[in-house]
Design a protein around this ligand. Structure first.
Ligand SMILES: Cc1cc2nc3c(=O)[nH]c(=O)nc-3n(C[C@H](O)[C@H](O)[C@H](O)COP(=O)(O)OP(=O)(O)OC[C@H]3O[C@@H](n4cnc5c(N)ncnc54)[C@H](O)[C@@H]3O)c2cc1C
Length: 475
């Protein structure tokens, strides 16, 4: 254990540099300042948030998110981070999921409060009208077999697509149920996504606990959340340095040297490298080059979002999930006007996960298909005039949750005790999500605090499983 008395200028606080102002870096910073440590955050861009961020639309000067970000009730660490930074009230909680079949029929999925998980969703699942009764029964049996799978190590190389076919799920059920849930949760196709990750989505997100499937949606552009996070950090005497790109770290006996592009290098007791996997090769010291090889083996998956402004509302729900369409999720508002004078526009975001196949397609043809989806689903959309639109494609949105990826995800502790990793791509047991990013930041903070002799768990436990889920061993 390192001696806290020898660390940094203050006798009690260690000096910790954090590279990257995405959710992982911010979560590490919040956990460390809450534990009384002295923290500096360095972010190369002009704004916080990394891949979960907002930008100013040059045409209207309005803040737009790069993509609608949602969390679920099972994201206990992300929600804890929102509580710690007083932004939870900026998230809306949708307790019902609204599904629309390709012919526009609506089915809602919601929990019955008095029934223990996994029975809580049974009644509304059995009413999903776009699946035949036989398909619903087969899916329930499949879910049970998936959840009851043991010895996951023996399935480490299996994709969920291969498993579903071996389980005898019909192509229609795969397209209209399994794909609908898993592609948006994992941002990967069923042919590439791992069995283990898919099982986690259903067990943690739907089957174990009554509130796990609630969906949390920010009601303001993400930038406004980060303003509050930054205020929390400043109140705790942390400093945030934007537009500061960190170069290659150097390790001395009791310090880490952190070089900055335009200003003098600084020295820290610990450094948390919380960038995405593709950036670490420029930052880690040569002693840690094995981690760079691992990170380079991690491949990406794409997410595309379309931002649409109509002259009238096109549906009257907070969100909708479209079945068997290119458009997967559509979110209504928050409603930045198409220009400052015009407050009569209605803003929607359409999200397309695992969007690799859109590469090479021209933007207008994607827009046309999305508009066709919306018009086929809602008659209001047929009359609505599209006032403006943007399409944002993030080719490296998340890492691909292939069966192979787990062996390349490093833990937060490295072989240099003073250098820690964080980021959704590090080993958290979660796919690339805001929850995974926050967990990784908390794990890095925990590892530093442990070295300082401060045994303070930061990672919040998963939701407590219902008695029935425990009895069924859905853990
Ligand atoms: C389009 C899209 C949609 C998504 N939708 C969802 C969703 O609905 N729900 C969900 O849970 N997750 C979603 N995600 C995933 C989620 O955004 C990420 O998992 C999460 O934001 C990753 O955070 P991070 O801190 O690990 O990494 P990042 O956000 O990548 O942060 C890393 C930061 O490090 C900075 N950096 C890099 N190099 C340097 C350097 N040399 N010096 C200083 N700073 C540096 C970067 O600028 C960046 O800000 C989505 C992602 C995308 C792209």
């Amino acid at each position: 254990m390192l001696n806290n008395d020898n660390l940094g200028s203050s006798p009690t606080a260690a000096r910790i540099g954090i590279v990257g102002g995405g959710l992982a870096g911010l979560a590490a910073a919040v956990a460390l300042v809450d534990a009384g440590q002295q923290v500096d955050v360095f972010e190369s861009k002009s704004r916080l948030g990394g891949r979960a961020t907002s930008f100013e639309d040059p045409r209207t000067n309005e803040l737009i998110d790069n993509c609608q970000h949602v969390a679920m009730g099972c994201c206990t660490n992300f929600l804890d981070f929102c509580d710690r930074t007083s932004v939870r009230h900026l998230l809306r909680r949708d307790t019902k999921l609204h599904f629309f079949s390709s012919d526009g029929r609506r089915s809602d999925l919601s929990a019955v409060k008095c029934l223990p998980a996994p029975l809580h969703l049974g009644a509304s699942f059995m009413r999903l009208s776009y699946l035949s009764f036989a398909e619903r029964v087969r899916i329930c049996r499949g879910l049970n077999r998936l959840a009851q799978s043991r010895n996951l190590d023996t399935k480490a190389e299996l994709t969920i697509g291969a498993w579903l076919r071996a389980d005898g799920q019909s192509e229609h059920a795969i397209r209209c149920f399994w794909e609908v849930v898993l592609v948006s949760a994992l941002a990967e196709s069923l042919e590439r996504a791992s069995f283990v990750a898919a099982r986690k989505v259903f067990v943690d997100g739907f089957l174990r606990a009554n509130t796990a499937c609630h969906v949390y949606v920010p009601i303001v552009p993400l930038r406004q959340l980060y303003d509050k996070v930054a205020a929390h950090l400043s109140n705790c005497k942390a400093s945030i340095h934007l537009r500061q790109s960190v170069g290659r770290l150097a390790v001395a006996t009791d310090k880490v040297r952190l070089p900055l592009r335009d200003v003098a290098a600084r020295e820290y007791d610990f450094v948390v490298v919380a960038t995405d996997a593709r950036r670490i090769s420029d930052i880690l010291p040569f002693e840690l080059s094995d981690l760079v090889d691992s990170a380079n083996s991690i491949t990406s998956s794409a997410i595309t979002s379309l931002h649409l402004w109509f002259d009238r509302p096109i549906f009257d729900l907070p969100h909708a999930v479209l079945i068997d369409r290119l458009s997967q999720w559509i979110f209504a508002g928050p409603s930045p006007p198409v220009d400052a004078q015009d407050s009569s526009s209605h803003y929607y975001q359409v999200v397309i996960s695992a969007a690799q196949d859109l590469r090479g397609r021209d933007r207008e043809s994607v827009l046309d298909e999305v508009l066709t989806d919306l018009r086929a689903t809602w008659s209001y959309a047929q009359q609505a005039k599209l006032l403006d639109w943007r399409m944002i494609s993030e080719p490296h949105a998340v890492f691909s949750v292939s069966p192979q990826v787990e062996r390349h995800r490093p833990p937060q502790r490295t072989s240099c005790p003073r250098i820690l990793l964080a980021g959704d791509w590090t080993r958290t047991g979660w796919p690339a999500t805001m929850e995974g990013a926050v967990r990784s930041g908390y794990l890095a903070a925990e590892a530093i605090l442990a070295q300082l002799g401060l045994d303070r768990p930061q990672v919040v436990p998963d939701l407590k499983p219902s008695w029935l889920a425990r009895w069924l061993r859905l853990t």
